[in-house]
Design a protein around this ligand. Sequence first.
Ligand code: ADP
Length: 171
Amino acid sequence: MKDVNVVLGDITQSECDCIVNAANKTLLGGGGVDGAIHRAAGPELVRECATLGGCATGEAKITKGYGLKAKYVIHTVGPIYSGAATDAELLGKCYTNSLELAKANNLHSIAFPAVSTGVYGYPLETATRIAVDAVSAWKTANRGYPMRVDFYCFNERAYAQYVLTLKNTKY
Ligand code: ADP
């Protein structure tokens, strides 16, 4: 896919215009990538998050990036995997709503972690397919708007899954 990359590494080091946080509904910080982003951004991030009134599953909210290299953080809340049909829909919405919010703020590059595939238990293979399809559909619908997308993978297994999924996708 044009302007889409797979990166093995720590998303807090991304120099994209915005990075996406796999947050929880409170937006007040947590473990995993959420904890790493808050540590790297510094305490001002949680102070701004506390003014937002939380975030529903599948939705996204934006804050400044503070100590991060990225200017903004887009906080999205992935579904806790349950096996229900709504899981996929909600996970897809995380990607689409994050991209919409980035565009609404005139941003042109975005880094995503593998939302819901950690503590929230979403099977990696399915989650990767949903992520790639959501980004692909958004890019098709927003052809005139340049947006670089970096999929950040924190381990070799996720990296290999993203590379394979992108290879097996027709655009
Ligand atoms: P969730 O609660 O949405 O499952 P987690 O933070 O537990 O969120 O995990 C989401 C994904 O983020 C996992 O694939 C995990 O390996 C990955 N991850 C954890 N820390 C980082 C980081 N610093 N940079 C990029 N990805 C990370």
